[in-house]
Structures are given as structure tokens and as C-alpha cells.
Design a protein around this ligand. Structure first.
Ligand code: SF4
Ligand code: MSK
Length: 674
């Protein structure tokens, strides 16, 4: 702690809590961190400015003749763009290669997560582990045909159901094969609307297997390989589709089958979910395989009794980032915060163990944990930390319960070691989370339960103006949570229903937008009416980052239900990542675009230094796939760009008049009421 105090005393600036976040609990915890002399991401963000050349995406360090930097001349480029790296690489090539490497890293992260789940799934299917069992056989049967696995068998001219254990093993084999098969294409591509599949075929971007498309990017962006930005983008499309319609979608499906398909449940969100008199265990990262076991163990009577023997009133489990979303959507475990709150959860002084797996984990957690009694436990062979105070307990699916028990016991035994004052900000919000393709079908099914027709009807008649997918991270370069909330509120005020995942969904929960009651406060009249009638929030929590695949499939269901065109690109829908920071967000953005979605990113996209390449993503891609990229720093403009696109699509579908009539009906009704 003295070390941290010294740093602050050395003249480093401190973040202004009010300027850093719109969330009061975060403001209070930043103030506490200053009082204790502990540096957080908020302070580092005010002390380190981003590199201007990196921001523009035109720094190349792909070989040792560089790094070559190609800043845009002041006043832009007149005439021919003569900027070149030592090898002659143009700004377009450099920016496209940098973009492609982000797609590769993002797709790799999601897809490797999917692979880990598939391996555990295989162990469960073959009954090589006692900890995991196939939980949702209904979903297993639904998914199997998409992997060309038969669910029935012909015996003596009769069609009989196949044994589910047999189906599970074959699903596991077919799924794992998707990462490295030698020929063919990804099997899930055929789940997309036919016109979209045909576009992928026409433009030659159907992924062959998941791993290959990522390796392909790393090869072609090596020094001296692909020097045509359009061809590089083509490979970005292939690799991102291998993520969205491959690795991520398989992760979602296999997790649902293994751990249960989520259905709406009640929970809470924000740092206030931690309890002073309980053992607080926080799970953080992305993969749910271990956290599922931690939930099971922490809820066992044996562990609760053990916690009591150690002086605690019980065990409070909570989460950060997408591991939080995973255990929230299936068990109602509350998120303690989103990405930028991870250090703050430890600074409460009440975190007895933070258990991390992969992705989005600050290395500085170890420095913060050092100031407290918190056990920081890494669990993944791929994600260790160099700091000595970090404990590594490597997770092995064959001994999953034993590993989880060791971790929970360690947290319990650590309860008595608390050394600082505890300060848990007393703020938390109620939320309904855990929607999915299946539950949207049920909840918005109206009179004819179990269909998407009623949702489509309400879009056609204009009560719902359109659908927005608002997803992604927080970013310390943007006021924490502000852009998510400004954009989401503006969308729902304009009758656009929001589907949310990742840290964006946690943010919406923290700010009270995941309750059905919020509809009456924030929504336009059409959306408010729907939410009130069916009892849903105007923002539907669809899970973690890999669960963006649920948004793709929900959009596909809307197309299939009819009346709104033939393809995802025909829908009055748009995508958004207001405060993105992760390479995964770029992979997601690109598979949204390649699936026909107009997608707006907040903050900065590192490509402004290569205007021709940027124009290709922002304008030309739409001619092929119907989706395109966009960026803006202004959250209101961000929301209105999405709404304008939704209105453009309504007009193209000829349903813009319907909405005008609905609004007239409303006004008329109000007049009558007056
Ligand atoms: Fe420079 Fe070309 Fe090497 Fe990149 S690949 S660092 S542009 S010489
Ligand atoms: S956790 S990728 S900060 S959403 Fe999925 Fe949040 Fe972004 Fe990580």
C-alpha cells in the first residue's frame, strides 16, 4: 500500500471520480482508492494518453525494418497517397493488416473458449467425468441436426428415437471436428437465412474450419504476403464468420446443453451485491466450466457450514465480466460489476477470493490484491500472472469438483484474514436476466405462444420500431457506462427493443434497465405497451460475449417468421458497441457486418489514418452483405444513426406508414383521454 501511496505522491494525476463514471458506487470506490493510495485503471487513464498514430491504425511493426509509421499529413491527402513503409506497404495495407490481426485475436479468444467447452462436453458425453452431465437433452436434440447428427434411427421400418448418450458423443465429435476438419465448410453456416448463405458463397467467405481461418490471417498479414486491403478484409470476413457462426455459436450451444439453457430469472447487479458478513467469492473472466462447479460447491450445505465455522454468515458468490454473465443467466448469481469495476471489487476490502479464468483480466489485480487479504487465484494454464501473491490452481475437468472445493475452502479460510476497513457501496439494482432465442419465442409469442410471429407483427405495426443489439465492453477512455446508457435509453425511448450481452448487459442492469418496470419510465409508447403486456424489460439480457451468437439466431428467427424481408440485412435492426475495447469486439463487429447488420462502434476505430480502407468498411461492404461499419464518439449521434438505419429499412419494407398510423392512434388516444 505504501508503494502505491508513493506513486500517487510522485505527482501522478488522480482520476476525478465524477468525471470517470456515471455510476455512484464506482465514484465512491474511486474516491476510496485515492484515500487508500491505491492506483486503478481510472488513474492510469488520466496519466497515459493513447498514441496518436496507433489511434489511426497506421503503425506497422510486422517486421524488424520498422516500426513504420504513416501518419496522415495535416489537412489530409491531396492527390495521390504516397505514404509507404520501408517495404512499400501502403496505409491501407497496414491498417487492414492491423484490423485483421484484431479479428484473428478476437475470433481465437472466443473460439478457443468454445473448444474448451467442447472438450469438457466430450468428457461428459463419454462419462469420463463425474462433475458434468448433459443437462438439457431437449437442446441437444434441437442442435444435433445442425451438426448432421441423426436423432432418430430406423429399426424394422419403424422410426425410433436414438439414445441421447449416443447422440451426445456424436455431437461432441462433430463439434470438435469444426475446429480442424480437412475439408468442407462450417456446418452451422446453413443455419443462416438462405440469401445470406448465398452471399457468403458468392463472395467466397465461407469458413473452412475455425482454426484455419485464424492461422490464415496470421500468415497473410506476415511481412510481404497479402498487399491488397480488400483481400485482407475478405479473410477478416471468413475468420469472423468462423467465430460468430462457429466457435462462439458452438460455445453457446454446448454450454446450454451442458449447464442448462437460460430462461429469465431474477437477480441483482453492482458492487452492493457483496456482503460484509459473508465470504465473498468473485468469479471473473469468460469460461463457465469452472465457475459452474464453484456455484455448485459454494451452495452446498457443507461449505455453508464451513463458512459459519470460520466466522462468516454464509457465502456470497458474485461475478465480473462474462463469467458473471454465464453464472447469472443460469443460476441468478449476481454480477458485482463490469469490466472497469474489477479492481474496485477488491478495494471494498471484502473480497476473500477472486477466481479468474481467461480474458479481460487486469494484470493490476495482483497489485491491488496485495493491498488487501484477497486471494487472487488463476485457474487456466493459458492465463497465469507473474506476481508472487497470485495463487495458481490449475483447473482440470476430470477433477472439477475437487478443484472448485479447494478454491471455495481457500476463500472461506481467508475470511478471518481481512485486514482493511470494509467499504461496500450500498448500491445494487434488481434485474431480470437470462433471455435467449427460446425464451424470446415464448415471451413475445403472444396468443400463439412459441412463435416469433407476434414479435414480427409488432414490428410491422410499428409498436416496436426495430431491434438493436447493444453489446461489448467498457473502456477507460470513455466515461464509464455513460455511452451504453445514453444510447440504450435513446433507443428504447424511440421504441427500439434492445438485446444486450457482455458488459453492456451488466451496465444496463446496474442502471435499472433490466426490469419490466423500467419500460414505463424510459420507453416510447409502443415499446412500453409491449413490455407491459408481456412483462418483459425493454432491454433483454442475452448472456455473455460468446452469446452474441444468440443475437444472430434471434435475427434469423425473425427473418423466418416472415413479413420483414428475406435476410438479416432486410430487418429494421442495427448493432452497437458503445464503449468497446477488446479485440473480440472487432471480431464480433465484423461478423455482425458480414451477417448484414449495420454496426456502430463508439469511441475510436483504429483506421482513420487509412481513409480508403475505412471507406471500404463503412460503405463498400454494404453492397456485398447489406451490413457496414460506422463509428462516432457522440452517443446521441450513435443512437440516431442506428434509428435512421432502422427507419430506412422500415421504408424499404414498406412498413414506415404503419408506424405513423400507430403513433397517430396513440396521439388520438391521448387526445381522447384528455
Ligand atoms: Fe515497415 Fe513493411 Fe516491416 Fe511493416 S512490414 S514494419 S511497413 S517494412
Ligand atoms: S467481458 S470482452 S470487457 S464485454 Fe466479455 Fe466485458 Fe468486453 Fe470483456
Amino acid at each position: 500500500m505504501a508503494e502505491e501511496k508513493e506513486k500517487v505522491e510522485k505527482g501522478l494525476k488522480l482520476a476525478d471520480p465524477i468525471e470517470s463514471t456515471i455510476d455512484i458506487s464506482t465514484q465512491e470506490m474511486i474516491a476510496r482508492s485515492h484515500k487508500l493510495g491505491i492506483e486503478t485503471v481510472f488513474d492510469r487513464a488520466v496519466n497515459m494518453k493513447p498514441c496518436n498514430i496507433g489511434l489511426q491504425g497506421i503503425c506497422c511493426k510486422n517486421c524488424a525494418m520498422g516500426p513504420c509509421r504513416l501518419p496522415l499529413p495535416k489537412g489530409g491527402i491531396e492527390g495521390e497517397d504516397t505514404r509507404k513503409g520501408l517495404c512499400g506497404a501502403t496505409a491501407n495495407t497496414i491498417a487492414a493488416r492491423n484490423f485483421a490481426r484484431m479479428v484473428a485475436a478476437g475470433a481465437a479468444a472466443h473460439s478457443d473458449h468454445g473448444r474448451s467447452v467442447a472438450e469438457v462436453f466430450m468428457a461428459a458425453a463419454k462419462k469420463k467425468t463425474n462433475a458434468y452431465k448433459i443437462k438439457d437433452t431437449e437442446k441437444l436434440i434441437a442442435v444435433a441436426p445442425h451438426l448432421n447428427v441423426a436423432t432418430t434411427v430406423e429399426v424394422d421400418g419403424k422410426t425410433l428415437d436414438r439414445d441421447t448418450d449416443e447422440i451426445a458423443v456424436e455431437v461432441a465429435e462433430k463439434a470438435l471436428n469444426e475446429w480442424g476438419k480437412m475439408e468442407g465448410e462450417l456446418l452451422y453456416l446453413k443455419r443462416a437465412p438462405k440469401p445470406l448463405y448465398e452471399k457468403w458463397e458468392k463472395y467466397g467467405v465461407k469458413p473452412r474450419n475455425i482454426d484455419r481461418e485464424i492461422v490464415d490471417i496470421m500468415h497473410r498479414t506476415h511481412m510481404g504476403v497479402d498487399q491488397d486491403y480488400k483481400n485482407i478484409v475478405k479473410q477478416c470476413s471468413r475468420a469472423s464468420l468462423a467465430d460468430g457462426w462457429g466457435g462462439s455459436m458452438l460455445a453457446t450451444d454446448l454450454q446450454d446443453i451442458l449447464f442448462g439453457t437460460p430462461s429469465p430469472l431474477q437477480s441483482e447487479a453492482n458492487l452492493g451485491v457483496m456482503k460484509k458478513d459473508h465470504v465473498n467469492i468473485i468469479v471473473h473472466g469468460h469460461e463457465p466450466v469452472l465457475s459452474e462447479m464453484i456455484v455448485a460447491v459454494a451452495q452446498s450445505q457443507e461449505m455453508i457450514d464451513y463458512a459459519k465455522q470460520n466466522g462468516a454468515a454464509g457465502i456470497q458468490l458474485s461475478g465480473i465480466c462474462c463469467t458473471a454473465n454465464e453464472v447469472l443467466q443460469r443460476h441468478g448469481v449476481p454480477p458485482a460489476g463490469n469490466y472497469l469495476q474489477q479492481e474496485l471489487a477488491i478495494i471494498t476490502g471484502a473480497c476473500d477470493a477472486m477466481v479468474v479464468d481467461v480474458q479481460c483480466i487486469f494484470q493490476n489485480l495482483a497489485n491491488v490484491a496485495k493491498c488487501f487479504h484477497t486471494k487472487l487465484i488463476t485457474t487456466h494454464p493459458m492465463a497465469k500472472m507473474e506476481q508472487e501473491n497470485v495463487v495458481h490452481i490449475q483447473f482440470d475437468e476430470h477433477y472439477a469438483l475437487e478443484d472448485a472445493t479447494r478454491i471455495v475452502k481457500m476463500a472461506i479460510e481467508n475470511f478471518q484474514n481481512r485486514k482493511a476497513d470494509i467499504m461496500i457501496p450500498p448500491y445494487k439494482s434488481p434485474q431480470i436476466a437470462g433471455f435467449g432465442v427460446e425464451s424470446i419465442r415464448y415471451h413475445l409469442g403472444g396468443t400463439f405462444r412459441g412463435t416469433y410471429y407476434t414479435l414480427n407483427d409488432n414490428i410491422i405495426n410499428g409498436r416496436i420500431r426495430g431491434i438493436a443489439g447493444v453489446v461489448g465492453c467498457n473502456n477507460a477512455r470513455t466515461k464509464h457506462n455513460e455511452h451504453h446508457i445514453t444510447i440504450i435509453k435513446e433507443l428504447i425511448k424511440n421504441d427500439v427493443i434492445v438485446l444486450s450481452t457482455g458488459c453492456s448487459a451488466i451496465t444496463a442492469a446496474i442502471h435499472g434497465l433490466l426490469t419490466p418496470e423500467s419500460a414505463a419510465v424510459y420507453c416510447g409508447p409502443g415499446l412500453a405497451e409491449i413490455c407491459e403486456t408481456v412483462g418483459i424489460p425493454p432491454v433483454l439480457h442475452l448472456g455473455s460475449c460468446v452469446d452474441n451468437s444468440r443475437i444472430l439466431l434471434a435475427a434469423t428467427e425473425v427473418v423466418k417468421a416472415g413479413g420483414l424481408g428475406n435476410d438479416i440485412s432486410d430487418l429494421p435492426a442495427a448493432g452497437s458497441a458503445p464503449e468497446w475495447m477488446s479485440e473480440k469486439a472487432i471480431a464480433i463487429g465484423h461478423y455482425f457486418v458480414t451477417s448484414g447488420v449495420y454496426t456502430v462502434f463508439g469511441g475510436n476505430l483504429p483506421m482513420s489514418g487509412a481513409p480508403v480502407f475505412q471507406k471500404y468498411l463503412f460503405e463498400e461492404m454494404e453492397k456485398m452483405y447489406g451490413g457496414k461499419w460506422d463509428v462516432t464518439e457522440d452517443p446521441m449521434e450513435h443512437a440516431h444513426k442506428m434509428i435512421a438505419h432502422i427507419d430506412k429499412k422500415r421504408k424499404e419494407l414498406g412498413i414506415d406508414k404503419a408506424r405513423e398510423r400507430v403513433l397517430m392512434d396513440m396521439a388520438d388516444r391521448q387526445k381522447l383521454e384528455a
